[in-house]
Design a protein around this ligand. Structure first.
Ligand code: SIN
Length: 176
């Protein structure tokens, strides 16, 4: 069987996987939050960045679903497990497409009890962290800006992401 993968963070704009097709899609009952620490992509162990995870809450999260060919699922998910190794686990979820059809698929979520979970923080604190951190995959603020741009290109709403984007862009320079 081919496998659907739902992406809601970097997997939207930099999937780096082979896929048969991709479609805008939604998960119900989950919201995207910049609550996960990044020690290996957008920060370093001494200075972790902030990246997104999903939190179970009333609402929904829009993203992209990728259909992975059954012949390459093992190699694909091995590579994704490595990429998402800092606290994310694979979960099964019901993915809804824009035509309202649904399919079961996989999604990487960093659960509340993982070692790198940061949780919520005052907006100013998150802004400072995102502005000042960087890691092997690049600057933390670029992760936020890429995500916000990708969501706009999907016509997806996300007040949490867009509020952070505005606040990080408005933050005065020189406070890093
Ligand atoms: C995802 O994009 O679906 C997982 C989180 C991330 O890699 O940013």
């Amino acid at each position: 069987m081919h496998v659907w993968l739902f992406g809601y963070g970097s997997l939207i704009w930099r999937p780096d996987i082979e896929f048969i097709e991709r479609r805008p899609a939604r998960l119900h009952g989950w919201v995207r939050r910049f609550w996960q620490g990044s020690h290996d992509h957008r920060g370093v162990p001494d200075n972790p960045g902030r990246v997104v995870t999903l939190v179970a809450e009333t609402g929904h999260c829009d993203g992209l679903a990728y259909l992975v060919d059954k012949g390459i699922t093992e190699a694909t998910f091995d590579a994704l497990d490595y990429r998402e190794k800092n606290g994310y686990e694979r979960f099964e979820a019901e993915i809804q497409f824009r035509n309202h059809a649904t399919a079961m698929g996989l999604v990487y979520i960093a659960p509340l009890d993982n070692h790198a979970f940061l949780g919520p923080a005052p907006l100013d604190e998150m802004v400072q962290q995102i502005r000042s951190c960087q890691g092997p995959s690049g600057r933390n603020d670029d992760y936020l800006f890429e995500l916000a741009a990708a969501l706009r290109s999907l016509d997806a709403e996300d007040d949490h992401v867009f509020e952070l984007e505005v606040a990080v862009k408005a933050a005065p320079a020189g406070k890093d």
